[in-house]
Write a protein that binds this ligand. Sequence first.
Ligand code: ADP
Ligand code: MG
Length: 458
Amino acid sequence: MLNETWGLVREELIKRVGRNNYVTWIEPLKFSDLRNGVARFEVPTSFFGDWVSRNFSDHIRAQLNTAGQQVERIEFAVANRPAAPVQRPATPAKPAAQPRLRSNGRTGDADEMPGAPLDSRFTFDSFVVGKPNELAHAAARRVAEGGPVTFNPLFLYGGVGLGKTHLMHAIAHELQTRQPHLRVLYLSAEQFMYRFVQALRERQIMDFKEIFRSVDVLMVDDVQFIAGKDSTQEEFFHTFNALVDQNKQIVISADRAPGEIKDLEERIKSRLQCGLVVDLHPTDYELRLGILQQKVELYRTQYSSLAITDGVLEFLAHRITTNVRVLEGALTRLFAFASLVGREITLELAQDCLADILRASDRKLTIEEIQRKVAEHYNIRLSDMIGPKRVRTIARPRQIAMYLAKQLTPRSLPEIGRRFGGRDHTTIMHGVRKIEELMATDSQLNDDLQMLRRLLQG
Ligand code: ADP
Ligand code: MG
């Protein structure tokens, strides 16, 4: 009876929270009991429980009530299966002289850690948390505590300049401080390949394997780089498995979700999806403003005499929506320029000095972006967006994307048709009309459209 209700409620929840969230957070929940208005669920880890409680318990409660149960409160308890979260094996302390996080081990000492240098500015303290990155941040924090490995790998993905590298460095810094005995290795996938090729060339492949298999935490940045590079992928796969088998933490970043990296072996994709996959969403206005404010605090110590007029930061946060790197670059330039000419930072100065950046940031929305966002919103594949399937669950989102492409870009119907898998312009026109028709009666559709518009136009 309990399970029957939960079955129904879960169906409903898929619609409320979206398939990705559902699969990650709701499906693993075990409904254990409902008494005196308190529904109890078993969760795999306490982090998991915290997260679900903070983000989804209202939904869950509401749906249980709708299904006829009287629920006032929801509690989560970690399942006490003894084997579940495996304890990190105690690593024997390494002699103090041993290099732990050596920058750039080009000299070829076999025991040297071939990691990349860490940027000392990329810490948790300097990372501004907002809605778009809060899950990634929480997950990174969890890994940085260095406790038992609860998800492996942590896979962070998102567009350029959204803070993936920053978070990875922050994890490394934090681990180094908290647990100096851990061997933490951070490097880019490109460097991984470079080391691998070098080891092949110098016939030191055994050393290479040994080094990579002896770390406690491995972080590989921009893993999309090894797509299509067969022997590097192969080696990466073996390294990855060896570390997972030893229950060592792995953190990976990429510019897109594992399943969407082209020319990446299927077995690697599925391995990467085994842990926690979290994305960094494009920044929103509040996050951008927060980052600018933090930067200005920093600059105040450096350029103590500089004044900045009210409204300048808001202007920048509003206009520069591309990525955080560009945003930071703009502010740096502004301060440097203002200090050179000894002027206050005003709106006019900003417009003058940043004209090129502002021009480049004027949003030119593409049909691809629209397709991607709509596909994400309705949890369908991007390939289905342009593919031939006609089932309603795919055809409707596709028509919505057609409608938005017509509305939000200057493209003609035949051009839009081409981007939708070579469809005829009459098909596009039909799609646009269909949505216009539905808008008159369907309020859910109107809500969706409003939200999509906001997402797309920043
Ligand atoms: P990615 O690796 O995702 O391309 P980075 O981590 O290199 O992006 O970030 C680009 C720049 O933006 C860095 O200087 C980083 O410090 C900064 N940055 C990104 N997100 C944040 C944030 N949330 N708070 C503070 N700085 C950020
Ligand atoms: Mg990066």
